[in-house]
Design a protein around this ligand. Structure first.
Ligand SMILES: C[S@@+](CC[C@H](N)C(=O)[O-])C[C@H]1O[C@@H](n2cnc3c(N)ncnc32)[C@H](O)[C@@H]1O
Length: 225
């Protein structure tokens, strides 16, 4: 029984995730680039909430590149948070065992991030989660999210899924394991199209909503409150 909703138990997540998520390290690079811009515009530390933080990989890397960040890391999996605490030991970080739709922060953060953590939601709860991220931001604060996406038609979605299958095979998965990974789509995770993402962010109240990065299965968005 896994201790979180991703493909892996927290204890083996870090060693496996780059074999299942194409461009995984690039999502974090893109987010940190945006955070650097926010940090350079600001005196003192930036307040950063990472929801669905997993094992804290993004926070660890960001702290190595940006000197002054006050991090709040949230995740509903105690196992993930335990690994994050071990990796980030000694640093002044707040941890919170909570889902994004249950966040209660208001006007607190310069940046809120949700990286590959909202695709487990049905559409209605996902909408609530994005609104909670909006509420947690200060005015002019920036929300950055990366998610699995659905293509615009069944035909193109099937081609993208096959392409991901090739990626998985190239990373050592057997044909049965590839099928099992692909079968999670629409059952354990519910990707939405780029248009649905943009609409959801606009509905949450963000004054600017833009695409940050896009590939055949994942996309990043940034939105200003
Ligand atoms: C694929 S991992 C991504 C972790 C991390 N953001 C990263 O970049 O490595 C998905 C994470 O989302 C978390 N998660 C699952 N459901 C969630 C929810 N409703 N709200 C916030 N996080 C959630 C999981 O516990 C897991 O840590």
């Amino acid at each position: 029984m896994k201790d979180n909703k991703s493909s892996y138990n927290s204890s083996i997540y870090d060693e496996n995730i780059t074999n299942v998520l194409p461009y995984y390290t690039e999502y974090h690079a893109q987010v940190i680039d945006v955070a650097k811009m926010i940090s350079s515009d600001k005196e003192g530390s930036i307040k950063w909430l990472d929801t669905g933080c997993g094992t804290g990989t993004l926070a660890l890397r960001a702290l190595g590149e940006i000197p002054d960040i006050a991090f709040t890391l949230c995740d509903p999996s105690e196992g993930m948070l335990e690994v994050a605490k071990e990796k980030l030991g000694g640093k002044n970080i707040s941890f919170n065992n909570v889902t994004s739709d249950a966040l209660t922060y208001e006007n607190e953060f310069d940046i809120v991030t949700a990286i590959q953590s909202h695709h487990y939601y049905d559409i209605e709860t996902r909408d609530i989660a994005v609104k909670k991220c909006y509420r947690a931001l200060k005015n002019d604060g920036i929300f950055v999210t990366f998610e699995n996406i659905r293509m615009s038609t069944e035909e193109s979605d099937a081609i993208a899924l096959n392409r991901w299958g090739q990626f998985l095979s190239n990373h050592g998965w057997t044909p049965e394991e590839v099928k099992a990974h692909q079968a999670r789509r629409g059952v354990e995770m519910f990707p939405i199209t780029i248009e649905q993402h943009l609409e959801m962010l606009k509905n949450a109240g963000f004054k600017s909503v833009d695409i940050l990065w896009v590939s055949y299965m994942q996309a990043g968005f940034w939105a200003i409150k």
